[in-house]
Design a protein around this ligand. Structure first.
Ligand code: IPM
Ligand code: MN
Length: 358
Protein backbone atom coordinates (compact mmCIF):
# COMPACT_ATOMS: atom_id res chain seq x y z
CA UNK A 1 0.00 0.00 0.00
CA UNK A 2 1.44 3.38 -0.87
CA UNK A 3 -0.16 6.65 0.04
CA UNK A 4 1.02 10.20 -0.36
CA UNK A 5 0.09 13.23 1.71
CA UNK A 6 0.76 16.96 1.36
CA UNK A 7 1.77 18.62 4.60
CA UNK A 8 1.88 22.39 4.96
CA UNK A 9 4.44 23.63 7.50
CA UNK A 10 3.81 26.95 9.23
CA UNK A 11 6.82 27.46 11.51
CA UNK A 12 5.68 30.94 12.60
CA UNK A 13 7.59 32.97 15.20
CA UNK A 14 9.94 32.63 18.14
CA UNK A 15 10.73 29.01 18.93
CA UNK A 16 8.23 27.84 16.27
CA UNK A 17 10.77 27.19 13.46
CA UNK A 18 13.05 25.19 15.80
CA UNK A 19 10.38 22.87 17.13
CA UNK A 20 8.77 22.33 13.72
CA UNK A 21 12.12 21.35 12.18
CA UNK A 22 12.62 18.76 14.95
CA UNK A 23 9.12 17.32 14.57
CA UNK A 24 9.56 16.96 10.80
CA UNK A 25 12.76 14.97 11.32
CA UNK A 26 10.98 12.69 13.76
CA UNK A 27 8.03 12.24 11.41
CA UNK A 28 10.35 11.35 8.49
CA UNK A 29 12.10 8.79 10.66
CA UNK A 30 8.80 7.28 11.81
CA UNK A 31 7.35 7.06 8.28
CA UNK A 32 10.39 5.32 6.79
CA UNK A 33 9.34 1.93 5.50
CA UNK A 34 5.59 2.42 6.08
CA UNK A 35 4.73 2.98 2.41
CA UNK A 36 3.30 6.35 3.36
CA UNK A 37 5.18 9.29 1.88
CA UNK A 38 4.72 12.97 2.53
CA UNK A 39 5.78 16.17 0.86
CA UNK A 40 6.20 19.42 2.72
CA UNK A 41 5.68 23.01 1.70
CA UNK A 42 6.61 25.79 4.10
CA UNK A 43 4.58 29.00 4.33
CA UNK A 44 4.35 32.22 6.28
CA UNK A 45 2.07 32.84 9.26
CA UNK A 46 2.02 35.29 12.15
CA UNK A 47 4.66 37.91 12.82
CA UNK A 48 7.02 36.50 10.20
CA UNK A 49 4.23 36.92 7.65
CA UNK A 50 3.45 40.47 8.80
CA UNK A 51 7.11 41.41 8.34
CA UNK A 52 7.28 40.01 4.83
CA UNK A 53 3.80 40.65 3.43
CA UNK A 54 2.04 43.04 5.81
CA UNK A 55 -0.57 40.40 6.68
CA UNK A 56 -0.61 37.68 9.39
CA UNK A 57 -2.27 35.12 7.06
CA UNK A 58 -1.08 35.93 3.51
CA UNK A 59 -2.92 34.84 0.35
CA UNK A 60 -0.12 32.43 -0.62
CA UNK A 61 -0.55 30.58 2.69
CA UNK A 62 -4.33 30.40 2.26
CA UNK A 63 -3.83 29.08 -1.25
CA UNK A 64 -1.47 26.33 0.00
CA UNK A 65 -4.09 25.20 2.55
CA UNK A 66 -6.52 24.23 -0.20
CA UNK A 67 -4.39 21.26 -1.28
CA UNK A 68 -3.10 20.29 2.19
CA UNK A 69 -3.95 17.00 3.91
CA UNK A 70 -2.56 18.25 7.19
CA UNK A 71 -0.96 21.40 8.60
CA UNK A 72 1.82 21.56 11.18
CA UNK A 73 2.15 24.85 13.02
CA UNK A 74 4.89 26.02 15.39
CA UNK A 75 3.76 29.12 17.26
CA UNK A 76 2.94 32.75 16.53
CA UNK A 77 3.42 36.05 18.30
CA UNK A 78 6.06 38.16 20.01
CA UNK A 79 6.63 41.57 21.57
CA UNK A 80 7.68 43.02 18.21
CA UNK A 81 4.10 42.82 16.92
CA UNK A 82 2.21 43.58 20.15
CA UNK A 83 1.44 47.18 19.27
CA UNK A 84 -0.28 46.64 15.95
CA UNK A 85 -4.07 46.96 15.55
CA UNK A 86 -6.00 43.78 16.49
CA UNK A 87 -6.48 42.50 12.96
CA UNK A 88 -2.76 42.91 12.17
CA UNK A 89 -1.45 40.91 15.10
CA UNK A 90 0.10 37.46 14.67
CA UNK A 91 -2.70 35.93 16.78
CA UNK A 92 -5.29 37.21 14.27
CA UNK A 93 -3.49 35.10 11.65
CA UNK A 94 -3.85 31.99 13.79
CA UNK A 95 -7.57 32.59 14.37
CA UNK A 96 -8.10 33.22 10.64
CA UNK A 97 -6.16 30.03 9.85
CA UNK A 98 -8.42 27.96 12.13
CA UNK A 99 -11.48 29.54 10.55
CA UNK A 100 -10.14 28.98 7.01
CA UNK A 101 -9.54 25.30 7.76
CA UNK A 102 -12.90 24.98 9.53
CA UNK A 103 -11.25 23.14 12.42
CA UNK A 104 -13.96 23.57 15.01
CA UNK A 105 -12.76 20.97 17.52
CA UNK A 106 -9.42 21.30 19.27
CA UNK A 107 -8.30 18.13 21.03
CA UNK A 108 -5.80 18.71 23.82
CA UNK A 109 -4.77 15.48 25.52
CA UNK A 110 -3.08 15.98 28.89
CA UNK A 111 -1.38 12.85 30.13
CA UNK A 112 1.05 12.70 33.02
CA UNK A 113 4.40 11.08 32.31
CA UNK A 114 5.30 9.09 35.47
CA UNK A 115 8.97 10.13 35.13
CA UNK A 116 8.01 13.81 35.15
CA UNK A 117 5.85 13.77 38.29
CA UNK A 118 8.51 15.62 40.27
CA UNK A 119 8.36 18.46 37.72
CA UNK A 120 4.64 19.03 38.42
CA UNK A 121 3.85 21.75 40.97
CA UNK A 122 1.16 19.44 42.35
CA UNK A 123 1.75 16.69 44.88
CA UNK A 124 2.58 13.39 43.19
CA UNK A 125 -0.53 11.69 44.63
CA UNK A 126 -2.72 14.36 43.00
CA UNK A 127 -0.93 14.52 39.64
CA UNK A 128 -0.15 10.85 39.08
CA UNK A 129 -2.27 8.96 36.60
CA UNK A 130 -3.85 12.08 35.14
CA UNK A 131 -5.23 11.41 31.67
CA UNK A 132 -7.62 14.10 30.46
CA UNK A 133 -8.69 15.02 26.96
CA UNK A 134 -9.89 18.59 26.59
CA UNK A 135 -12.08 19.17 23.55
CA UNK A 136 -12.18 22.91 22.99
CA UNK A 137 -14.56 24.60 20.55
CA UNK A 138 -12.20 26.49 18.24
CA UNK A 139 -13.98 28.56 15.61
CA UNK A 140 -16.79 30.27 17.52
CA UNK A 141 -17.60 32.07 20.72
CA UNK A 142 -16.14 35.31 21.94
CA UNK A 143 -12.94 35.00 19.87
CA UNK A 144 -15.02 35.29 16.72
CA UNK A 145 -18.07 37.25 17.86
CA UNK A 146 -18.85 40.86 17.04
CA UNK A 147 -16.51 43.30 18.71
CA UNK A 148 -16.27 47.03 19.03
CA UNK A 149 -14.00 49.60 20.59
CA UNK A 150 -15.25 53.16 20.78
CA UNK A 151 -15.93 56.27 22.79
CA UNK A 152 -19.25 57.20 24.42
CA UNK A 153 -20.80 60.64 24.01
CA UNK A 154 -19.48 61.40 27.50
CA UNK A 155 -15.95 60.85 26.24
CA UNK A 156 -15.52 57.60 28.15
CA UNK A 157 -13.92 54.76 26.17
CA UNK A 158 -15.63 51.37 25.91
CA UNK A 159 -14.95 48.00 24.32
CA UNK A 160 -17.13 44.94 23.87
CA UNK A 161 -16.80 41.33 22.67
CA UNK A 162 -19.70 38.99 22.03
CA UNK A 163 -19.97 35.32 22.99
CA UNK A 164 -22.25 33.98 20.27
CA UNK A 165 -23.08 30.34 19.49
CA UNK A 166 -25.58 28.64 17.24
CA UNK A 167 -26.87 25.20 18.15
CA UNK A 168 -25.18 23.53 15.18
CA UNK A 169 -21.81 24.96 16.27
CA UNK A 170 -22.40 23.47 19.71
CA UNK A 171 -23.68 20.14 18.45
CA UNK A 172 -20.76 19.29 16.16
CA UNK A 173 -18.09 19.86 18.80
CA UNK A 174 -20.05 18.14 21.57
CA UNK A 175 -20.39 15.17 19.23
CA UNK A 176 -16.57 15.07 19.01
CA UNK A 177 -16.54 15.09 22.81
CA UNK A 178 -18.96 12.17 23.12
CA UNK A 179 -17.08 10.21 20.46
CA UNK A 180 -13.71 10.85 22.09
CA UNK A 181 -15.17 9.62 25.40
CA UNK A 182 -16.39 6.44 23.70
CA UNK A 183 -12.81 5.61 22.72
CA UNK A 184 -11.58 6.24 26.26
CA UNK A 185 -13.11 5.80 29.72
CA UNK A 186 -16.61 6.87 28.63
CA UNK A 187 -17.02 9.86 30.82
CA UNK A 188 -17.81 13.30 29.43
CA UNK A 189 -17.78 16.52 31.44
CA UNK A 190 -19.45 19.40 29.63
CA UNK A 191 -18.22 22.70 31.03
CA UNK A 192 -20.17 25.95 30.85
CA UNK A 193 -21.29 28.93 32.91
CA UNK A 194 -25.00 28.17 32.66
CA UNK A 195 -25.74 29.93 35.96
CA UNK A 196 -24.95 33.25 34.27
CA UNK A 197 -24.58 33.13 30.48
CA UNK A 198 -27.29 32.62 27.83
CA UNK A 199 -24.78 31.02 25.46
CA UNK A 200 -23.99 28.49 28.19
CA UNK A 201 -27.67 27.72 28.81
CA UNK A 202 -28.06 26.93 25.11
CA UNK A 203 -24.86 24.85 25.27
CA UNK A 204 -26.21 22.82 28.19
CA UNK A 205 -29.63 22.34 26.58
CA UNK A 206 -28.04 21.02 23.37
CA UNK A 207 -25.80 18.62 25.33
CA UNK A 208 -28.87 17.34 27.23
CA UNK A 209 -30.68 16.71 23.93
CA UNK A 210 -27.71 14.74 22.60
CA UNK A 211 -27.10 12.47 25.56
CA UNK A 212 -29.77 9.92 24.55
CA UNK A 213 -27.61 9.05 21.55
CA UNK A 214 -24.74 8.11 23.84
CA UNK A 215 -26.24 5.92 26.59
CA UNK A 216 -22.83 4.26 27.05
CA UNK A 217 -21.18 7.55 28.04
CA UNK A 218 -21.60 9.00 31.54
CA UNK A 219 -22.35 12.70 31.20
CA UNK A 220 -21.90 15.40 33.80
CA UNK A 221 -22.23 19.17 33.55
CA UNK A 222 -19.81 21.42 35.38
CA UNK A 223 -19.43 25.15 35.83
CA UNK A 224 -16.17 26.51 34.54
CA UNK A 225 -15.08 28.08 37.82
CA UNK A 226 -15.54 24.90 39.83
CA UNK A 227 -14.03 22.85 37.00
CA UNK A 228 -10.92 25.05 37.18
CA UNK A 229 -10.64 24.18 40.85
CA UNK A 230 -11.28 20.47 40.38
CA UNK A 231 -8.63 20.26 37.68
CA UNK A 232 -5.98 20.88 40.30
CA UNK A 233 -7.66 19.23 43.32
CA UNK A 234 -8.86 15.98 41.72
CA UNK A 235 -7.65 15.86 38.11
CA UNK A 236 -7.95 12.07 37.98
CA UNK A 237 -11.73 12.45 38.06
CA UNK A 238 -11.78 13.77 34.48
CA UNK A 239 -11.80 11.77 31.27
CA UNK A 240 -13.04 14.02 28.43
CA UNK A 241 -13.94 17.67 28.96
CA UNK A 242 -15.86 19.49 26.23
CA UNK A 243 -16.24 23.23 26.40
CA UNK A 244 -16.50 26.45 24.44
CA UNK A 245 -13.53 28.37 23.02
CA UNK A 246 -12.55 30.81 25.79
CA UNK A 247 -13.14 28.36 28.65
CA UNK A 248 -11.17 25.69 26.80
CA UNK A 249 -8.28 28.06 26.16
CA UNK A 250 -7.97 28.84 29.85
CA UNK A 251 -8.63 25.33 31.21
CA UNK A 252 -6.15 23.72 28.83
CA UNK A 253 -3.30 25.97 29.95
CA UNK A 254 -4.24 25.18 33.54
CA UNK A 255 -4.35 21.45 32.85
CA UNK A 256 -0.97 21.71 31.13
CA UNK A 257 0.86 22.26 34.41
CA UNK A 258 -0.36 18.88 35.65
CA UNK A 259 2.23 17.21 33.43
CA UNK A 260 5.12 19.32 34.66
CA UNK A 261 5.48 21.52 31.57
CA UNK A 262 3.27 22.99 28.90
CA UNK A 263 6.22 22.20 26.59
CA UNK A 264 5.20 18.55 26.27
CA UNK A 265 1.60 19.08 25.23
CA UNK A 266 0.33 18.58 21.69
CA UNK A 267 -2.96 19.44 20.06
CA UNK A 268 -5.02 18.41 17.07
CA UNK A 269 -7.66 20.66 15.53
CA UNK A 270 -10.20 18.82 13.45
CA UNK A 271 -13.10 19.68 11.21
CA UNK A 272 -14.30 18.24 7.95
CA UNK A 273 -11.09 18.91 5.96
CA UNK A 274 -7.36 19.01 6.69
CA UNK A 275 -6.35 18.78 10.35
CA UNK A 276 -4.19 21.39 12.07
CA UNK A 277 -1.52 20.19 14.50
CA UNK A 278 0.30 22.46 16.91
CA UNK A 279 1.90 22.39 20.34
CA UNK A 280 -0.13 24.14 23.04
CA UNK A 281 2.75 26.39 24.08
CA UNK A 282 3.38 29.78 22.51
CA UNK A 283 6.31 31.32 20.69
CA UNK A 284 8.33 31.87 23.92
CA UNK A 285 10.18 34.98 22.64
CA UNK A 286 12.33 35.00 25.79
CA UNK A 287 14.11 31.79 24.74
CA UNK A 288 13.83 32.09 20.93
CA UNK A 289 17.11 31.45 19.17
CA UNK A 290 18.78 29.93 22.23
CA UNK A 291 18.29 26.35 21.05
CA UNK A 292 16.79 25.25 24.37
CA UNK A 293 13.08 25.03 23.54
CA UNK A 294 11.31 21.77 24.28
CA UNK A 295 10.37 20.10 20.95
CA UNK A 296 8.20 17.38 22.55
CA UNK A 297 4.88 19.22 22.24
CA UNK A 298 5.39 19.49 18.48
CA UNK A 299 6.78 15.95 18.17
CA UNK A 300 3.68 14.65 19.96
CA UNK A 301 1.57 16.81 17.63
CA UNK A 302 2.93 14.92 14.61
CA UNK A 303 1.96 11.73 16.43
CA UNK A 304 -1.60 13.07 16.55
CA UNK A 305 -1.28 13.92 12.85
CA UNK A 306 -0.41 10.29 12.14
CA UNK A 307 -3.47 9.18 14.12
CA UNK A 308 -6.09 11.63 12.84
CA UNK A 309 -4.95 12.71 9.36
CA UNK A 310 -2.58 10.08 7.98
CA UNK A 311 -4.49 6.98 9.09
CA UNK A 312 -1.46 5.58 10.92
CA UNK A 313 -2.47 4.91 14.54
CA UNK A 314 0.35 2.44 15.11
CA UNK A 315 2.96 4.99 13.98
CA UNK A 316 1.35 7.54 16.30
CA UNK A 317 1.78 5.10 19.18
CA UNK A 318 5.40 4.45 18.19
CA UNK A 319 6.24 8.16 18.34
CA UNK A 320 4.42 8.52 21.67
CA UNK A 321 6.32 5.52 23.07
CA UNK A 322 9.64 6.92 21.85
CA UNK A 323 8.92 10.18 23.69
CA UNK A 324 7.94 8.29 26.83
CA UNK A 325 11.12 6.20 26.65
CA UNK A 326 13.34 9.24 26.10
CA UNK A 327 11.80 10.89 29.17
CA UNK A 328 12.08 7.71 31.24
CA UNK A 329 15.74 7.47 30.24
CA UNK A 330 16.27 10.92 31.76
CA UNK A 331 16.11 13.23 28.73
CA UNK A 332 15.14 16.71 29.95
CA UNK A 333 15.02 20.08 28.28
CA UNK A 334 15.44 23.09 30.53
CA UNK A 335 11.72 23.46 31.26
CA UNK A 336 11.59 19.88 32.59
CA UNK A 337 14.85 19.79 34.54
CA UNK A 338 14.86 20.12 38.30
CA UNK A 339 17.25 22.61 39.87
CA UNK A 340 20.78 21.25 39.50
CA UNK A 341 19.77 18.67 36.88
CA UNK A 342 21.63 18.88 33.58
CA UNK A 343 19.55 19.51 30.49
CA UNK A 344 19.50 18.92 26.76
CA UNK A 345 19.27 21.34 23.88
CA UNK A 346 16.30 21.26 21.49
CA UNK A 347 18.28 19.15 19.01
CA UNK A 348 19.60 16.77 21.65
CA UNK A 349 16.05 16.14 22.88
CA UNK A 350 14.92 15.44 19.31
CA UNK A 351 17.83 13.00 18.89
CA UNK A 352 16.89 11.30 22.18
CA UNK A 353 13.44 10.63 20.70
CA UNK A 354 14.80 9.50 17.32
CA UNK A 355 17.09 7.03 19.05
CA UNK A 356 14.07 5.25 20.52
CA UNK A 357 12.31 5.18 17.14
CA UNK A 358 15.00 3.16 15.43
C1 IPM B 1 -3.88 28.82 22.01
C2 IPM B 1 -3.39 30.24 22.00
C3 IPM B 1 -4.22 31.03 21.00
C4 IPM B 1 -5.66 30.91 21.44
C5 IPM B 1 -3.82 32.49 20.83
C6 IPM B 1 -2.36 32.64 20.45
C7 IPM B 1 -4.70 33.20 19.84
O1 IPM B 1 -3.45 30.80 23.27
O2 IPM B 1 -3.78 28.14 20.99
O3 IPM B 1 -4.40 28.39 23.03
O4 IPM B 1 -6.08 31.62 22.35
O5 IPM B 1 -6.38 30.10 20.88
MN1 MN C 1 -4.11 29.41 24.80
Amino acid sequence: MSRHYQIVLLPGDGIGPDVVRCAVEVLDEALAGTGVTVSYSTHLLGGAAIDQTGEPLPEATKEALTSADAVLLGAVGGPKWDRGPGHLRPEAGLLALRKALGVYANLRPVKAFPALLSASPLRADVASGVDVMIVRELTGGVYFGERETGTLASGERFAKDTMYYTESEIRRVVQMGFEAARLRRRKLTSVDKANVLDSSRLWRAVVEEMKEDYPDVTLEHGLVDSCAMHLVTRPQAFDVIVTENLFGDILSDEAAVLTGSIGVLPSASLGSGAGLYEPIHGSAPDIAGLGIANPLGTILSVALMCRYSLGLPEIAARIENAVEQAISAGARTQDLALPGQSHLSTDEMKEAVRKHLR
